[in-house]
Write a protein that binds this ligand. Sequence first.
Ligand SMILES: *[C@@H]1O[C@H](CO)[C@@H](O)[C@H](O)[C@H]1NC(C)=O
Ligand SMILES: *[C@@H]1O[C@H](CO)[C@@H](O)[C@H](O)[C@H]1NC(C)=O
Length: 458
Amino acid sequence: MKVILVTVATLLLLVVVVVGEASADRILSGRARVKRDLSSPLHRGGIRDPFGSYCERRGGCCPGRDDQCIVPYLDTICYCDLFCNRTVSDCCPDFWGHCLGIDPPFIGTCDRNGHRFLTGQTYKENCNLCTCGTTGRWECEQNACLIESDMIQSVNRGNYGWKAANYSQFYGMSLDEGMNMDPQSQLLPVYFNAVEKWPGKIHEPLDQGNCAASWAFSTASVASDRIAIQSMGHMTPQLSPQNLISCDTRNQGGCAGGRIDGAWWFLRRRGVVTEDCYPLVQPQQTPVEVGRCMMQSRSVGRGKRQATQRCPNSHNYHNDIYQSTPPYRLSSNDKEIMKEIMDNGPVQAIMEVHEDFFVYKSGIYKHTDVSLPKPPQSRKHGTHSVRIVGWGEERDYNGLPKKYWIAANSWGKTWGEDGYFRIARGENECEIETFVIAVWGRVTMEDMHSQQHRHRRN
Ligand SMILES: *[C@@H]1O[C@H](CO)[C@@H](O)[C@H](O)[C@H]1NC(C)=O
Ligand SMILES: *[C@@H]1O[C@H](CO)[C@@H](O)[C@H](O)[C@H]1NC(C)=O
């Protein structure tokens, strides 16, 4: 009797310790769920509470994934959402009976190097994923791998005139993946953010306020970043969107919309001053000022220009004119866009904006059909231009990779992910890969020198 009591106590302790840690993990981070499931064996060794009503007591089950769909269990929690059925280990004991009307699955354990794993847990063996099956046996994928040790050994033992070796960058890839390998994509990292590659040179997302001039905002910010990168940080102007809005008026609509080809023409031929010099005017406050161009420039030879007016504000005297070279259009291939961003800096993209984009807060945006049942006046779209600064990849609930772009919007820093948003990459979501523009700033050695000089004087 004594022996049995001790065993039960030990088992309970084990369950409590392991589960306590795992549930904290779940609450702290929704994304870590897949990983957490692998280390949260609620039903270790098939232990169950045969008399408990958990999901039933809760008053029901939850469809899909719902991290709030929980019930106290021992001194931790268990789940009654459909998602728990994927790895079975964190479902409440009556989940299968009460929610699905089926018998609970048998929870087996598999052994690997002396460690016990539960049904649903996985490990990667070279290029194949192995899963602990309900029968207590590992079930592994059967892909041919790019690196197979027997092939390397056979080549090296034989007299073939060449030697073979294991390359860590190929290890874990399947033969199919290897055959489809694009040499360029090998050089592109899984994650890249211009903000991290060029600290202090990439400008923060702007706020266009009540003014529909993303054409001016995105052009000014891409040009600003490019000038800072190209001048290696000697010049880090935040170019003035207002200068474009008020002065680039030929065939442009100011705050009612405009064309980016016109904006780039202006930046190349006339140039603009900084935001400090020519700050944003809120249109609703002074409509007259918006309409009037407060800054002209004149040629001073060799394509360079000089401002002919003072800054339209009393505290800034630096009215240097910044110009760009002609912009160039990239192909819609995501690899080419990525390479351009990594080598030369952020790019400008035009996208279709739909009604759901305005309420975006976080995650990888894809246009949804939630407004489909609504009348046509609730489903609108228009074009908008943004600045792409990087990319990345993350895994969804099913473990599938989801690729995204990181882009800066111009709706202020409180919108989206700190003024930025992520959007699906490689599938031309909202046409974002259709029309992508890059540009060089017009930066000469002389510019870099004189800028340095002035900074020292200040
Ligand atoms: C839940 O898991 C059981 C056992 O793995 C499976 O047979 C069943 O189809 C799953 N149900 C749902 C709704 O996913
Ligand atoms: C090849 O290298 C990888 C990582 O560098 C290592 O994990 C693996 O065991 C090696 N495989 C062989 C067959 O030597």
